[in-house]
Design a protein around this ligand. Structure first.
Ligand SMILES: O=C(O)CCC(=O)C(=O)O
Ligand SMILES: [Fe+2]
Length: 340
């Protein structure tokens, strides 16, 4: 197996304390991080450690349900519902070793919430947490709009969760334990294969002790799938929100802000890697379908939110087909329309 090359890169920790009085300083820090590696951690946010602990408890209870029960709310191409071992990334051509449950704000969730009988209180807890994640996201949206010289509310309006065509997603993730007694995970399998997210900004909630997230900066243009091979392990402390720029913001900033490849590697090293069950939660800020997108320099043609997503998916499929042909694999993956 080819060993991964690692380097230490600093992932800045940016405080949101006293947001309204410190907004200029925060904007500067965010822009700087977005222009370099595209990853940063937020600290001093309005989401407390007990609130993060509570939503992970909720998520763990969901994934502990029998598969038959979770299968009552299957994943659909509207990016909602539950999937297991179904997402294939173009970088790997093999399914991620995980299960996930995607939730949205709007009517696409009809019939997609786990029932109150199966998991009392789930919908209420998830919706409260989604509202909090949205509120933190809107602070970032305001700063990035200013950083790019746009009107303050351009990104906030484009991601208005009260509109029926809002597409933002909260995704709960569970990577099952990797049983070391069964020998090494075959080459080419990942907990989450390398990818860049398609959205504006992603908020990632991680569990202390459940390491695995790695980043590989260096992408120059949003239309490219190429990535380097020097990785950095992402460190975080309890309460941190790890954030990354997605392809939408890279495109909307004419490639000034970087949407960076990241992955969760399958554990291989008993000394350093975490083999136990891993949980994470991602909040993807996706544009309303009718949003009009174009950077200040007009580097790319103007597109709508739905056109942007469609083009991202088509690039994804083309790259996936090429990877499968390279590996001599056929067949379609079922969870292809996922948000990242
Ligand atoms: O589980 C993680 O830490 C990363 C998940 C991720 O990158 C994604 O779902 O897009
Ligand atoms: Fe991601």
């Amino acid at each position: 197996m080819v060993a991964t090359t690692y380097t230490n890169r600093t992932i800045p920790r940016i405080s949101l304390a006293n947001f309204s009085t410190r907004i200029d300083e925060i904007t500067q820090e965010l822009v700087q991080a977005a222009e370099t590696d595209g990853f940063f951690s937020l600290i001093d946010t309005e989401i407390t450690v007990p609130e993060i602990d509570a939503i992970f408890k909720t998520s763990e209870s969901f994934f502990a349900l029998p598969d038959d029960t979770k299968a009552s709310i299957p994943f659909t191409h509207e990016n909602v519902g539950w999937e297991k071992n179904q997402q294939v990334r173009p970088s790997t051509g093999t399914a991620d070793m995980k299960e996930s449950y995607q939730l949205q704000f709007g009517s696409v969730m009809e019939g997609k919430w786990i029932s109150e009988d199966a998991l009392p209180g789930f919908k209420h807890s998830a919706q409260s947490f989604m509202a909090k994640a949205q509120s933190v996201s809107e602070k970032l949206m305001l700063c990035f709009a200013r950083g790019l010289g746009f009107p303050d509310d351009i990104f906030i309006k484009a991601h208005d969760v009260n509109r029926p065509n809002c597409q933002s997603v909260l995704r709960m993730l569970h990577y099952p334990e990797v049983d070391q007694s069964k020998g090494p995970v075959p080459e080419g399998y990942y907990r989450a294969g390398a990818h860049a997210d398609w959205d504006l900004i992603t908020l990632l909630f991680q569990r202390p002790g459940q390491s695995g997230l790695e980043i590989c900066p260096g992408r120059e243009v949003v239309t490219s799938f190429g990535m380097g091979d020097v990785w950095t392990k992402v460190d975080f402390r309890p309460g941190d929100i790890v954030c990354n720029i997605g392809d939408l913001l890279m495109s909307w900033s004419d490639d000034r802000f970087k949407s960076t490849f990241h992955r969760v590697k399958a554990p291989t090293d008993p000394e350093k890697d975490y083999f136990g069950p891993r949980y994470s939660i991602a909040f993807f800020n996706q544009p309303c379908t009718d949003t009009v997108i174009q950077g200040p320099l007009k580097k790319y043609p103007m597109v709508t939110g739905s056109e942007f997503t469609k083009a991202a998916m088509e690039r994804n499929f083309a790259a996936l087909r090429a990877k499968k042909a390279e590996l001599g694999l056929g067949g379609e993956n079922k969870a292809e329309a996922v948000s990242a």
